[in-house]
Ligand binder design. Sequence first.
Ligand code: BDR
Ligand code: CA
Length: 303
Amino acid sequence: MRKIIIDTDPGIDDAAALTIALNNLELKVEMLSTVAGNVNLDYTTENAKKILDFFEKDTPLAKGNSLPILREYEDASQFHGETGMNGFDFPESSRKLLPKHAAVEIKNRILAGEEKVTLVTIGPLTNVALLLSMYPEVKPKIEEIVIMGGSTIGGNTNTSAEFNIKVDPHAAQMVINSGLPITIFGLRVTTRALLTRTDIEKVKSLGRAGEMLYSLFTHYRGGDLDQAGLMMHDICTICYLLKPEIFKFQETQMEVAVEGPAAGTTVADLAGRYTAAKNVKLAVEIDQKQFRDWVLAEISQLK
Ligand code: BDR
Ligand code: CA
């Protein structure tokens, strides 16, 4: 069983990624942490609680940063709705949070165990950047950091920047250049990780969890249900942990622009023209049919 910690900003595709990760028996989700991203930190934290309650999981949950390290915060409620998970009527949660900031709680959790832990980040990288700069002693205990973020095909916030990196480019730069093994899923691949209307109609018939996801998906504006499909960006990270053969990768050097109009833009030296140094393993291809079949199979197993 692979031990993972997921840092998230639910978020509808986050909710779907968490649904699969929390219920797959090959993954042990050691804890979740929340960050401001798709919506503000209070909403992302309440949403994470609701998903944990829905599946009756006792996974520890820590609240992280409400603001990016330097930049002003901008949300993505135009895609995910005002609360981040509009569309399904989850009961209010009375779940208790871990007492300290996510960076402290992740550090404690990593250092408490014998085995290495994989960090999965499906929101802005603020918490993980703080973790690595405040507690560099965790680094030898981190197996890999698996990131949804960045783009080498143009942006989804402006012409070049992907949302998770744009929200906190300074944090992204710190994490990507941390020297740890980084696997990164940008828009080149995640915009092709699609579920169509036919797929989500199938999801609806896949039991209680399927109905919940169906309600969220019909309120999600990340893509077009009746054209190409809905983009399941964040699920790519979990799919990689369980079925890496669905993707192809290239080791490359990635840089993050942090200032001016290009802030949040990622550039990858894919042709190796500028340097031989490599700091990330970048996903460059996805088998769309296998991805879709795998997502539907995972959801169909849920209770
Ligand atoms: C990323 O931004 C968010 O809106 C999604 O949840 C995903 O993590 C895609 O750019
Ligand atoms: Ca997300």
